[in-house]
Design a protein around this ligand. Structure first.
Ligand SMILES: [Zn+2]
Length: 120
């Protein structure tokens, strides 16, 4: 079980991560707007280059949305008092692991068994 101080520290860590993601989502958006402005009067740019840039940007955005959802879920788990519980085996995840990977829902042992979710 985490102490009150540890819970607070973890919550701060998640909130800081959320701020960072929101800020980078905003800068991706303004990049897209600048690019659209630049396009006026410029017709030499290769269409496939344009297409590739756009899809990279969309993927980035999807990833940010995905991470934001994980952060929101982690904050909710903290509120509910089970932020330290492994969703697979119900053992404590541990404060050190949570500080390193605040969105994780698995203890280190269960994580080792499930390698597909690399964001944890
Ligand atoms: Zn576990």
């Amino acid at each position: 079980m985490l102490s009150k101080e540890q819970l607070e520290e973890l919550r701060e860590r998640l909130l800081a991560e959320r701020r960072r993601l929101v800020a980078s989502a905003h800068s991706a958006l303004s990049f897209a707007m600048d690019r659209d402005r630049d396009r006026v009067g410029r017709d030499s740019l290769d269409e496939s280059t344009e297409e590739a840039m756009y899809s990279t940007e969309l993927r980035l955005h999807d990833r940010e949305k995905y991470l934001l959802a994980k952060i929101e879920a982690a904050l909710r788990r903290l509120e509910d008092g089970d932020g330290d519980e492994c969703e697979s085996c119900s053992e404590p995840i541990g404060f050190k692991r949570l500080m390193a990977r605040p969105v994780t829902t698995l203890c280190i042992d269960c994580k080792a068994e499930r390698e597909e979710s690399e964001d944890d």
